[in-house]
Design a protein around this ligand. Structure first.
Ligand code: NAP
Ligand code: MG
Length: 398
């Protein structure tokens, strides 16, 4: 059979530890036999980031701006232990943070739904995608411990020196205070990324804040979303047969629990942090979550939601067998290949992505799976495969 041809390269960002091992197997067993794979390769493995003073991460993000679609393997975010383990020159920043800062996007996370791995919430029939705003609020907050009686104010000093003040509280004893901010530009990008992704995936978009209590801060989020929706997306949504729906965050939580799923839930930074862990664990496993960064300019970076699975990697290094789930990494590739096919008008590439996803899901539904899934499946007597065996089983079915 002739291999599928590509016209534009994907930006390939290789990574670390167990996911780096899976990355290679996925390419060799599932992709290279079928596709004349064109990628521009960037090695984001920690050793190479250290050698290049992390320039490779910046370069890979710039290449994503050029080619529009990237696929990324999980990478180590260095901490003190990694400094010694890899003899690092510096505690390099999180690659995801660096890439996100350059592409300015929103991260969308959706569970991969498989029969036999049932969500804990019985009425959830379709995936719920969380869109988390990744800038500001408490993550860029300033805080103070107030030692005793006194007055706390917010002070804005304009460039011309004029000041506006707002009383926070007259303390008559010790307490705490927090100041936080966001930027209209960042909220606008967040809104456009969400509307674009909803159109891309033909799903309703829900957004919620606490605007009844936070009449300026949260209300600005609500207003910006509504203004952009009315001006740029209303017609397109109607044409696609999808809906934009705003409500209060507590109402949204109640409705989400009673829903059937099948929509995108846009969340402010903190809400997204908390709710994505709730949604992903209720759907089964972090190894069954897709994650894509969508920039307002239409750049896409696909990855798995989990990390480098360090514990399994150390077993692998000792020559022990591992049973690491490669589904999220496979879906990062299929997401990127499908988007590449869509942008370049290569139908075969899009169909290949569909077939590979189907082969992956069918393999699990036939009872062949990795250990993490075997522990939670309702399928009777599943066959537990090792990391390589699972990928080979998918290859056979494909
Ligand atoms: P992790 O790699 O997500 O793994 C945590 C645990 O979750 C594993 O030990 C394993 O549990 C289970 N797990 C996660 N993915 C799995 C998979 N595909 N198959 C089977 N089990 C899986 O998180 P971590 O151990 O906290 O972090 C390791 C490294 O990843 C860190 O250096 C961190 O900086 C990095 N990280 C990177 C990203 C990213 O690049 N996007 C995201 C998060 C973390 P058991 O051990 O019980 O089997
Ligand atoms: Mg979190």
């Amino acid at each position: 059979m002739e291999k599928i041809k590509m016209t534009t390269p994907l930006v390939e960002m290789d990574g670390d530890e167990m996911t780096r091992i899976l990355w290679k197997m996925i390419k060799e067993e599932l992709l290279l036999p079928h596709i004349d794979l064109k990628t521009e390769y960037y090695d984001l493995g920690l050793e190479h980031r250290n050698e290049t003073n992390d320039q490779v991460t910046v370069d890979s993000a710039m290449a994503t701006k050029k080619y529009k679609v990237a696929v990324k393997c999980a990478t180590i975010t260095p901490n003190a232990a990694r400094m010694t383990e890899y003899d690092l020159k510096e505690m390099w920043k999180s690659p995801n943070g660096t890439i996100r800062a350059i592409l300015d996007g929103t991260v969308f996370r959706a569970p991969i739904v498989v029969k036999g791995i049932d969500p804990c919430v019985r009425n959830w029939k379709k995936p719920i995608t969380i869109a988390r705003h990744a800038y500001g609020d408490v993550y860029k907050g300033s805080e103070m411990k107030i030692p005793g009686a006194g007055k706390v104010e917010l002070v804005y000093t304009a460039e011309n020196g004029t000041q506006t003040k707002e009383l926070v509280h007259e303390f008559d004893g010790p307490g705490i205070v927090q100041g936080m901010h966001n930027l209209n530009g960042s909220i606008e990008s967040f809104a456009r990324s969400c509307f674009t992704y909803a159109l891309d995936t033909k799903q309703d978009l829900w957004f919620a804040t606490k605007d009844t209590i936070s009449k300026k801060y949260d209300h600005t989020f609500k207003d910006i979303f509504q203004e952009i929706y009315d001006a740029e997306y209303d017609d397109k949504f109607k044409e696609a047969g999808i809906e934009y729906f705003y409500t209060l965050i507590d109402d949204a939580v109640a409705r989400v629990m009673k829903s059937q799923g099948g929509f995108i839930w846009a969340c402010k930074n903190y809400d997204g942090d908390v709710m994505s862990d709730m949604v992903s664990s209720a759907f089964g496993s972090l190894a069954m979550m897709t994650s894509v960064l969508v920039s307002p300019e239409g750049y896409y970076e696909y990855e798995a939601a989990h990390g480098t699975v360090q514990r399994h990697y150390y077993k692998h290094l000792k020559g022990e067998e591992t049973s690491t789930n490669s589904v999220a990494t496979i879906f990062a590739w299929t997401g990127a290949l499908r988007k590449r096919g869509e942008l370049d008008g290569i139908k075969e590439l899009m169909e290949f992505a569909d077939r590979l996803e189907k082969a992956t899901i069918d393999t699990i539904e036939s009872g062949k799976m990795t250990k993490d899934l075997a522990l939670i499946t309702t399928i009777k007597h599943p066959t537990v495969l090792n990391s390589e065996g699972f990928i080979k089983a998918i290859a056979e079915r494909l």
